[in-house]
Design a protein. Structure first.
Length: 69
């Protein structure tokens, strides 16, 4: 359920909003990896979740680009 809600939310965004979300997610992933390397990260599952969200955002960006052609 949670995943479908996120995907529906991403599908409703514009290309600019998606790019901003992608940059934000990549920054978050960097910070999580940094925290993990310094043993400050409590929830290591968050890394996997953010990676999948990045993939979802990139998939929607690709779908919208192909639809625009």
């Amino acid at each position: 359920m949670k995943t479908k809600g996120y995907v529906n939310e991403v599908m409703g965004k514009t290309a600019d909003e998606l790019q901003r979300d992608l940059v934000s997610a990549k920054k978050e992933l960097f910070n999580l990896r940094f925290q993990n390397a310094t043993n400050q990260l409590d929830n290591t599952a968050r890394i996997k979740e953010v990676r999948k969200n990045i993939a979802r955002i990139q998939t929607v960006i690709t779908q919208k680009a192909r639809a625009a052609e």
